[in-house]
Design a protein. Structure first.
Length: 111
């Protein structure tokens, strides 16, 4: 009986090694052309990030840099942004917006 168990364990061991998957080849992603298209900000948004045309990704980076530099992120709920005078114009007069609502409001100021 002992010989049957040893033979069975050898079979399962060989199956485990035989089912290894080959390593996946990483493919570099292409940036989406719509995000990279230069957009012109409105005058109120231009006061915050600069007046020159830039891609949407760069607009978002500059807004976050402005928020962090001026410490406008809410201390208790970090998802909310407290607007100063410049951002209040961009946010449609709201004192506080969520970070998800912010992108919607900023897109209205890009052409």
């Amino acid at each position: 009986m002992a010989t049957k168990k040893k033979a069975a364990s050898k079979k399962t061991a060989s199956k485990k090694t035989a089912t290894k998957k080959p390593a996946k080849v990483k493919v570099k992603r292409k940036p989406n052309a719509a995000f990279m298209k230069p957009m012109t900000p409105s005058a109120s948004l231009g006061a915050v990030i600069g007046a020159g045309p830039m891609p949407r990704t760069e607009v978002t980076k500059k807004i976050w840099a402005y928020i962090k530099k001026n410490k406008l992120q809410d201390a208790k709920n970090r998802r909310n942004i407290n607007a100063d005078d410049k951002l209040k114009d961009v946010f449609g007069g709201k004192k506080q917006v969520s970070m998800f609502e912010m992108t919607k409001l900023v897109s209205k100021h890009l052409k």
